[in-house]
Design a protein around this ligand. Structure first.
Ligand SMILES: Nc1nc2c(c(=O)[nH]1)N[C@H]1C(S)=C(S)[C@@H](COP(=O)(O)OP(=O)(O)OC[C@H]3O[C@@H](n4cnc5c(=O)[nH]c(N)nc54)[C@H](O)[C@@H]3O)O[C@H]1N2
Ligand SMILES: Nc1nc2c(c(=O)[nH]1)N[C@H]1C(S)=C(S)[C@@H](COP(=O)(O)OP(=O)(O)OC[C@H]3O[C@@H](n4cnc5c(=O)[nH]c(N)nc54)[C@H](O)[C@@H]3O)O[C@H]1N2
Ligand SMILES: [Mo]
Length: 555
């Protein structure tokens, strides 16, 4: 997220899904298991391939389902996306396939980019990535000669210590080919959670107010001090991946966790459990007693999506109404009401100087429509959004500049937010922890279609448990044979941080030397093994790569 913020002002799809599937002539899906993790978009992409003959290149170490629809599958080694993308750009430049007009009029820094790209000739790239030269050439040709071409990615690109650099390099590729600001093109990160886009838009990040207004700028400080009637800090906060480890140093003494299950979803679970154990105070606002709830001092029951009214902002920046379908169950209360009542009690405590006459100092909201009015008043990209417009059926993609503005389905038409698009030369950096003699295999982690993250919700659904009832570790048939797995079904996977035992799924989906595990089941979660190595800018953990040892066990 922060990565794209650096390059483009915010991390959202530049083009709507419908625009991509109707107008792209070629697509690059890189690091996204689209049919399993974004099934609606995945279905539309499959249809675009079948009905419109869109050329599809998939770059993914695993043979995921969408590869069956691909014109070409580049099965590169995990963690080698930068050499792969640089190598494609090298071939594009060598053949003069770049968009000279776009480069001249809309970008800067081309010469610096070119200098680095020259260091990634196809032969060298083939060696680093494991993709044969001929396939690299075919891919470059498909992607360059079928315009417009849209790039889509997800966690296979971002969950690395080079996550931000990977994203910037994909932006380089799209600027080189002139595929930005056009229908059917764009840089399109597929946001994961239903409302992660909305949460980021609302400032649920350490360095920005709503609408990506930086907390350390004088204009933002003045604006929010006037609106909220309190002194605002100009310092950046911490990301969640930084906060929990800082419990050990004493820098963090209390946590208010809502809608998050760090025991299941953060890397290196045993260290997370230790930190939560020694934390002075933990307040958890949940809809279920999650794995994290054991560490909570106070548990506040919130409500699920079916019990609330408000908006979700989806991956294509579209703001959508969600309406309450059932009354809250048991003692559960609206999440926003819990938050505002907590705020009111803290205010009543009087330890913080607040000007009660400021327009939005009271925390006494009537309903979520009124909260949206405050958002509109303080957030330029949401300035024209209201529940009334959404209820009337308007399709609003931000920025929505005022009450009459129709919204902005495609970003960067004619101009980038920062004026010219800047090429940033990107060099390859290998992953933090690579296989060695003690831990000779590579662990890759992610999700399956049938479960959601820590599984707190999906493991409670009987039908889903019938289809996928336990953690499976994907392992290549060659490795299975070498480990003597034949006959035995279970494996022990160990890393420097922990170990899990699970059933093996012997499959060509993973290449030799690599296993794939998910984090949906507490008894065998991949995060017992993962490493808490962070991207220096976005602070996202390198969930996609660490070194492990795999053994066959009886049973
Ligand atoms: N059913 C289901 N759907 C979900 C979710 C869920 O839990 N369950 N979660 C949602 C959320 S929050 C998110 S963020 C998204 C995530 O959506 P995805 O990112 O599509 O999901 P992942 O399982 O993390 O898979 C990432 C893909 O990257 C590939 N990959 C791994 N390492 C590399 C690498 O080094 N380079 C490249 N190019 N590819 C690599 C993997 O093989 C895999 O195909 O899914 C969302 N959708
Ligand atoms: N190894 C590995 N780890 C990963 C990843 C990976 O690819 N590999 N992916 C990472 C990614 S991209 C993500 S997004 C995270 C997700 O990690 P989390 O955000 O921790 O996981 P979720 O299961 O989506 O949600 C957490 C909790 O929210 C609760 N909840 C649901 N709806 C509501 C609500 O309306 N109100 C309240 N108060 N609570 C609610 C659920 O019961 C659940 O327990 O995991 C990350 N962890
Ligand atoms: Mo995510």
């Amino acid at each position: 997220m922060a990565g794209l913020a650096t390059a483009f002002g915010s991390g959202a799809m530049t083009n709507p899904m419908e625009d991509v599937v109707q107008h792209a002539r070629a697509m690059l899906i890189i690091g996204s298991n689209t049919t399993e993790q974004h099934p609606v978009f995945g279905t539309k992409i499959r249809q675009a391939v079948l009905k419109r003959g869109v050329k599809l290149v998939v770059a993914d170490p695993r043979r995921i389902d969408i590869t069956e629809y691909a014109t070409l599958h580049l099965r590169h080694k995990p963690g080698t996306d930068i050499p792969l993308i640089n190598g494609l750009m090298n071939i594009i430049l060598a053949n003069g396939w770049q968009d000279d007009e776009f480069i001249a009029n809309r970008t800067e820094g081309f010469d610096e980019l070119k200098a680095v790209i020259e260091e990634y000739p196809p032969e060298k790239v083939a060696e680093i990535t494991g993709v044969p030269v001929e396939k690299l050439r075919q891919a470059a040709e498909i992607l360059a000669l079928n315009k417009p071409m849209a790039v889509m990615w997800a966690m296979g690109i971002t969950q690395h210590i080079v996550g931000v650099r990977n994203v910037m390099d994909l932006a380089n590729l799209q600027m080189l080919l002139g595929n930005l600001g056009v229908s059917g093109g764009g840089v399109n990160p597929l946001r994961g959670q239903n409302n992660v886009q909305g949460a980021c838009d609302m400032g649920a990040l350490p360095d920005v107010y709503p609408g990506y207004q930086k907390v350390n700028t004088e204009t933002a400080i003045q604006k929010f001090e006037a609106a909220w009637g309190a002194k605002m800090s100009e310092h950046f906060g911490m990301t969640v991946t930084e906060m929990i480890p800082e419990i050990e140093s004493g820098k963090i003494k209390a946590l208010y966790i809502l809608g998050e299950d760090p025991v299941m979803s953060d890397p290196n679970s045993s260290h997370i459990r230790h930190c939560l154990e020694i934390c002075d105070f933990i307040l958890l606002q949940e809809i279920f007693p999650s794995e994290t709830s054991r560490y909570a001092d106070v548990l506040l029951p919130g409500v699920s999506f079916a019990e609330k009214t408000g908006t979700f902002t989806n991956t294509e920046r579209r703001i959508q109404m969600v309406r309450q379908a059932i009354p809250p169950l048991g003692e559960a209360r609206q999440d926003w009401r819990i938050i505002s009542e907590l705020a009111q009690r803290i205010l009543a405590f009087g330890s913080r100087q607040v000007n009660a006459n400021a327009p939005f100092a009271q925390w006494n909201y009537r309903d979520t429509a009124q909260i949206m009015d405050e958002i509109a008043a303080l957030t330029p990209s949401y300035a024209g959004v209201s529940h009334a417009r959404l209820e009337a059926g308007e399709q609003l993609h931000w920025p929505v500049k005022d009450a009459n503005h129709p919204g902005t389905p495609i970003l960067h038409v004619g101009q980038f937010t920062r004026g010219k698009g800047k090429f940033t030369p990107i060099e390859h950096i290998p992953p933090q922890e690579m296989p060695d003699d003690d831990y000779p295999m590579l662990l890759n982690t992610g999700r399956v279609l049938y479960h959601w993250h820590g599984g707190e919700m999906t493991r409670r659904a009987t039908g889903l448990m019938q289809v996928y009832g336990q953690a499976l570790v994907e392992i290549n048939p060659d490795d299975a044979e070498r480990l003597g797995l034949n006959g035995n079904k279970r494996v022990r996977v160990s890393s420097r941080r922990g170990s899990i035992e699970a059933e093996a799924w012997v499959t060509e989906r993973v290449p030799p030397g690599m296993v794939f595990a998910n984090f949906h089941f507490p008894e065998a979660s991949a995060n017992e093994l993962t490493i808490a190595a962070l991207d220096p800018v976005s602070k996202i953990p390198e969930y996609k790569i660490c070194a492990v040892r795999v053994e066959a066990i009886r049973g």
